[in-house]
Design a protein around this ligand. Structure first.
Ligand code: AMP
Length: 116
């Protein structure tokens, strides 16, 4: 499958890894929009929130249970924002479910984790 984040998870494309376990992978965004900008992705290829199935509930719960630790590891020391862009109108550019974790500084309201 020609998926950038699958290649990052597999080590085929280099990344600045923050955290990994059997279900998820977290790495620094290549074009950070805040001092701390980490992407958290499931290892299973899921295109977006739109493609989540009820059996993926454990993965989503695991992602959110780990986000506080990943945020701290990434340098979000005093709060953070979590965003998932889904589909065209939200500006989703990589079609592998991911959660932007933004922080490390006071965030302006317009930051939305999207390159567009
Ligand atoms: P989105 O626009 O919500 O789909 O977010 C995709 C994010 O992936 C953007 O913030 C990009 O900066 C980031 N990105 C693209 N390529 C890479 C890469 N090779 N390593 C790390 N982050 C990347």
């Amino acid at each position: 499958m020609d998926c950038l984040f699958c290649k990052i998870i597999g080590g085929e494309v280099p990344s600045n890894k923050i955290y990994e376990d059997d279900m998820i992978f977290a790495f620094r965004d290549i074009a950070p929009e805040a001092k701390c900008h980490v992407l958290v992705v499931p290892k299973k290829h899921i295109g977006s929130i739109d493609e989540l199935k009820s059996e993926d509930g454990e993965i989503v719960a695991h992602i959110f249970s780990k986000i506080p630790e990943i945020a701290r590891l990434g340098g979000c020391t005093d709060g953070y924002r979590v965003i998932s862009n889904c589909g065209h109108d939200a500006g989703q550019s990589v079609k592998h479910l991911h959660f932007h974790v933004l922080g490390g500084e006071k965030l302006p309201l317009h930051i939305n984790g999207s390159m567009e």
